[in-house]
Design a protein around this ligand. Structure first.
Ligand code: XIL
Length: 311
């Protein structure tokens, strides 16, 4: 039967999954990962804590393992992520403020340089805004200032001129203060010539609560002249699963897929891993889970069928 990746490709888009190194010892999991999807995101091991755990010492073995697997399966790779307030090594907090811009540029130059030619996109900056649209007070914001985002994009372009450069965040799928802030950032970058090519909407959603404005919001970013990607889709529920919740979830996945299909500049969708067996949700949202299109036994759920039929 045809795969999600094949269906997406026929629509000019990708349908991908995140994965992580520990799961690669699970042969049945790896088999589906390699056959069903035409795009892969490295879920953890491209992050700063893995790639530059000690200042100036770069480590790419784990990320390379996933990139090489994706290449063997003819899958494209999204790079995730260069600058983020989370999962960076402790030494970054000790860098004198006046030196952090150089340290950030050096990190981006090394990591994006290493993967030059191997990733279609970079999530250059991740989660820089608060819910009310103000800047998150990360170490980069505090010690470099507002300009750190533009500087990160310039450094990424210099290191890998072919990768499309994305700003990525959560709770920006619908209209609202946070997505307005990202909209204003993209608009100002376009006006100032700062290199930005796309907006990543993470889409960590809840069943029955998909914003009704997703398609309209994707469309307004596209109208600014950037691509949009759904980068980390999962749609969680209060456990345990039941038939009613599974049906709602299937409808919600269909809504998101249809919103992307409706906008030419929405280039693809990535689920944040494909099976409930390896979802991050239960560890971070206690009592919630079952957020993905395959269950923990690698069986397809109603959400899978909804995605397959929508594509
Ligand atoms: C998550 C991973 O899935 C977990 O394994 C890890 O412990 C924490 O990070 N937004 C992001 C992703 O951009 O990088 C996060 O991934 C989920 C939220």
């Amino acid at each position: 039967s045809t795969t999600l990746g094949q269906h997406a490709a026929a629509r000019g888009k990708y349908f991908g999954s995140a994965t992580d190194n520990p799961e690669l010892s699970d042969a049945p999991y790896v088999s589906i990962l390699g056959s069903e999807f035409n795009q892969i995101t490295v879920g953890n091991t491209m992050k700063w804590q893995y790639t530059e755990p000690t200042q100036g010492q770069f480590s790419y073995g784990q990320a390379d393992t996933i990139v090489n697997l994706a290449r063997a399966n003819n899958q494209s790779v999204r790079g995730h992520t260069l600058v983020w307030h989370s999962q960076y090594p402790g030494w970054v907090d000790s860098v004198p403020a006046s030196q952090l811009l150089g340290v950030m540029r050096n990190h981006i130059s090394n990591v994006a340089g290493h993967f030059n030619g191997q990733v279609i996109h970079w999530d250059v900056v991740n989660e820089a805004f608060e819910e009310n649209g103000t800047r998150r007070q990360s170490v980069f914001q505090r010690n470099i200032g507002d300009s750190y985002i533009a500087e990160a994009f310039r450094a990424a372009r210099a290191a890998d001129p072919t990768a499309k450069l994305y700003y990525n965040d959560y709770n920006i799928e619908g209209l609202g203060a946070k997505s307005d802030a990202v909209y204003n950032l993209v608009q100002s970058f376009k006006q100032q010539g700062v290199p930005i090519d796309g907006v990543g909407m993470q889409a960590h959603l809840i069943i029955g609560q998909v914003p009704s404005s997703v398609q309209q919001n994707i469309q307004r970013f596209a109208a600014l002249g950037v691509d949009v990607a759904i980068t980390e889709l999962d749609i969680r529920m209060n456990l345990p699963r039941d038939t009613t919740k599974d049906t709602q979830q299937a409808n919600d996945y269909r809504t998101v897929v249809n919103a992307c299909l409706a906008v030419t500049r929405c280039v693809g969708i990535t689920v944040w891993d494909y099976t409930d067996k390896y979802s991050w949700i239960p560890s971070v949202f206690p009592g919630q889970g079952a957020a993905l299109p395959y269950d923990e036994n690698l069986n397809k759920k109603p959400a899978y069928t909804a995605i397959h039929d929508a594509l």
